[in-house]
Structures are given as structure tokens and as C-alpha cells.
Design a protein around this ligand. Sequence first.
Ligand code: AHG
Ligand code: MN
Ligand code: MN
Length: 334
Amino acid sequence: MSKLITLHEFIMDRQSDFPFATGELSRLLNDISIASKIVNKDVSRAGLMENILGSQGKTNVQGEEQQKLDVIADNAFINIFKAGGEVCGIASEENDDFMPFTSELSKNGKYVVLFDPLDGSSNIDVNVSIGTIFSIYRRKSEIGTEATIDDMLQPGEKQVAAGYVLYGSSTMLVYTTGNGVNGFTLDPSIGEFCLSHPNMKMPEEGRIYSVNEGNINICDSGIKRYIEDFCQKTLPKAMRPYSGRYIGSLVADFHRNLIKGGIYIYPKTTTNPEGKLRLLYECNPLAFIAEQAGGKATDGFQPVLSIKPKSLHQRIGYFVGSKKMMEQAMSYMK
Ligand code: AHG
Ligand code: MN
Ligand code: MN
């Protein structure tokens, strides 16, 4: 049997890829893996615990009902970032505003983290895969001061690292620091993430499309035509160009398409005229991973990573997936 490489070992080995690295990013990535193990523990026993499962009884700033696990996960990550000292502030889908950390330790942190603590929260109650998505930037403000809104509103191309944790049939952590994408599976018997998917590549072409077809009549006519052309239900199965798979947890849909090849689309609709998915917490980190794996991500017209964010909770129409499938889909958007 070949030697298991733990996430911790892998991160340490990769530190040498960054000239002048001081180890802070490595420590931050390790902290993320620890927080995700804490969240994983709660996710795996959610069905047994009244204090974990169900609604929090409040809505977040985006008007969405908060689940208890949304808040548990948010706190787990915030607490670890506050204690670590690498991060000077965060922004999260579950908080109204960004949060500068005020301790002297944190004010000296080099990084900000933007994250979706629990993605796919409508799937918590029904034991379907959910996830955490994170995006790391180097701060723009001066070290030693409090983080500012400008630290948070950087275009995705400035990300220094991004990743996600998938709490699925097994728990996985997938991340990039701009030098390829690697995936690690949590071995519950030793409590360690171990390298299981080295150098992940998204197939150039695939057969899976992931879109909420309930929205077909409230989205742009280009998308409607695309879905009709590629997902024609009237064709015999053997002739059907694509096959539909939609979990409703972006992380899980993205992860499947990353491995098997596919396209995920959440377009602007009349009910969500700006789009549904959040640029900073969902679209940018997965776009960085997709591009690093050879795929593409756009808002239908321009690369997601080039968009200059205007506000924290900004939403966009989102297209992400295999290169050739993306090119085909884009041609319908003209
Ligand atoms: P979140 O649970 O973080 O609010 O994200 C939900 C998102 C995303 O995970 C998913 O792909 C999409 O919303 C599903 O939306 P629909 O139910 O409208 O298809
Ligand atoms: Mn989400
Ligand atoms: Mn969420």
C-alpha cells in the first residue's frame, strides 16, 4: 500500500511553492480543515439532535430562513479564524456586514476570508449532501489596522486560495492555491483528511447538465432555447445529448461535474433578477477551482473572476463547468 499523505503534510510540502512564504497561509488552511471537522461532526449527527436540526427561526440579511446548522457552521469558522491570527476580518453569507477582527493579534493578520458556511441548507433536513465554500484574499489595507470593506470587495482573480468542503457520503476537502486542484477525503477512523484526488481535472466535455428546470419559463430566452436544445425530453434516450442531475446544493452539483464533466447553470430569473448565487461566497471560489481544473465560469457573458464586486452580498447569473459545454452554452447568450 502506498503511503497516505495527510492534508497537513501536503500543505506543508506545498509551502515551498511560494517564495517568501511565512507559513501563515498554510496555518490558515489547516485551521479551515479543523473547523470543517467540527462542522462535520455536527452534520453527521444532525438527525439525532434537536439543537442542531431545523430552523433558527430567523432570516438572514438576504431574506433567507436561517437553519441552526447555518449558524453553527458560521460560528465554528469565525471562532477558529479569530483565534488563529492569520485573518484580519471575514465576510459570510450569514452576517449582515463584514466583520473586522479587533484584537491586536488579528489586526496583524495578512488575509481575509469570505465564505458560505453551509451551502445547500434546504438539504440539511433531508440528509442530502451539503458543504462549506471559502475564498481567501490578501488584505489591501495596512497590516496592524482593522480590515476594511475594500479588503472584501476584490475581484475573484485576486484570490490566493479557495476551496470547499463537501459533507456527502464521505467528507471531502478540495482546494487550490492557484497551482492545480487537489482533493482530500476525511478518514473518520483517524480523523484526518488524506489525499485521494491529486491534481483534479475537469473533463473538457461531459454529458451532465445541472439546472433548476422549474425556472425555465422565468429565465432569459437564450437559456430556455439552450435547455430545450440540449435536454430535449422528446428525443429517445440514446439520442439525448445531455442528462439532468440537480441536487440543489451548489457544492455537491459542482463537485460531481468537476469529476464527471458537466455544466451547472443558475441564470438570472424574473424572481431573482440579479441571479441567485452570491459572487463572493459561492461563485468566485468555485470559479477559481473550475479554472484551475481546466473548466470555465462566467456570468453568461464575462469571466466571473474578472467581475469587480460592488457589494458584499452581490448576486450574479452563474455558469460553471466543462470548457466545451460552457462555450456551447455561452453561444446561446449572445
Ligand atoms: P445556501 O443554502 O447557501 O443559501 O445556497 C443555496 C443555493 C445553492 O446551494 C443551490 O445550488 C441553489 O441555492 C438552489 O437553489 P434553488 O432551490 O432555487 O434551485
Ligand atoms: Mn450557498
Ligand atoms: Mn449558505
